[in-house]
Ligand binder design. Structure first.
Ligand code: MTE
Ligand code: MO
Length: 313
């Protein structure tokens, strides 16, 4: 298995065992140090995160990245097909049938095809990619994904010149996905990328994390991961990929166009209408961190040269 650890140097990643010790240490000291910190700084007004919890002031300098524990990644989850709660998704999704699983790739391509996920895993090297994941709600993780670049699959189907966007669709199966039996949203979940974003080396289809196959709650058996965009772009449990001419309307754009745009690039300077995006809470940590443009993945900046990122949020 090829190891691909770009953008987060291995020297910045703390092994999980050390991480857990550090967390236990921080849990013990958290209450005291937060109070002491506020007192020492002359009680600056605490900010409030999306859950309404008061949080200490963010640190202003970049902090090293540490892998988020496997337990947190498996149990703090957004997967609205099952529930709008973050906890309990693992239990609700446990019996999702993820094998066999086919992904239909078509639309404006020379070679449309239906791909079995097990075949995809054999066909393309499974690489490890350690990426930050920044949710639009203001929390983040560092996840060791397994997967392969989406461009490898797109090369197989050969996009036609008219193809300008890629549209992705999640499984629609209300019998298995209780959230789809509600009419909160228009199912299925849909996402999209511009073709050059989809072709970027950082964009992967993931089939696993922490060296294991994906668990259902994390989008088994195959999901998109686009690390410089808000987490909702990283669509789970994909059954359909189409090359299209027009910009697809995504699930969140459809549900709340004022709040969620097509690009959804992580951007500390463009607040969500209901909260700031300047900082984030790394799951497992106490103090908030600064949020960086493109989630710190500066190499994607050329994709957006000359674009107004406030207008194209
Ligand atoms: N189909 C589908 N994909 C989805 C979601 C969802 O509800 N349904 N939630 C998104 C959101 S908001 C985030 S933050 C990430 C979370 O991925 P994780 O739970 O594996 O960390 O998945 C994204 N992909
Ligand atoms: Mo999210």
């Amino acid at each position: 298995m090829a190891k691909f650890r770009n953008t987060i140097p291995a020297s910045e990643i703390t092994p999980e065992a050390l991480y857990i010790n550090r967390r236990q240490f921080m849990k013990g000291g958290a209450a005291l140090s937060a109070a002491a910190l506020l007192a020492a700084c002359g009680s600056p007004p605490p900010t409030v995160d999306e859950e309404g919890t008061a949080v200490p002031a963010p640190t202003s300098t970049p902090l090293p990245d540490t892998l988020t524990s496997e337990q947190e990644i498996l149990n703090y989850v957004n997967f609205y097909e099952f529930t709008r709660d973050k906890e309990g998704v693992a239990e609700l999704a446990r019996d999702l049938i993820t094998s066999p699983w086919e992904v239909a790739v078509g639309g404006l391509v020379r070679n449309p095809g239906v791909y079995d996920v097990d075949d995809l895993k054999r066909r393309f090297d499974q690489e490890e990619r350690i990426y930050r994941l920044r949710c639009v709600e203001g929390w983040s993780m560092v996840i060791p994904w397994l997967g392969f670049p989406l461009h490898k699959l797109l090369a197989q189907v050969e996009p036609l010149p008219a193809a300008r966007y890629v549209r992705f669709e999640t499984l629609y199966d209300p019998a298995q996905m209780p959230g789809q039996r509600t009419d909160w949203y228009e199912w299925p979940y849909v996402e999209g990328l511009r073709l050059d974003e989809a072709m970027h080396e950082l964009t992967i289809l993931s089939t696993g994390l922490y060296d294991k196959d994906l668990s259902p709650q994390n989008g088994a058996p195959i999901r998109l991961v686009v690390p410089w965009k808000y987490g909702f772009k990283s669509i789970k449990s994909i059954v359909k990929i189409d090359l299209v001419e027009d910009q697809p309307e995504s699930f969140w754009m459809r549900s709340s166009p004022r709040e969620y745009g097509f690009y959804a690039n992580v951007n500390p300077n463009v607040p969500h209408p209901r909260w700031s995006q300047a900082t984030e809470r790394r799951i497992g940590e106490v103090r908030r961190r600064r949020t960086f443009l493109f989630n710190g993945y500066d190499e994607v900046a050329p994709l957006y040269e000359g674009m107004d990122l406030t207008e194209n949020f």
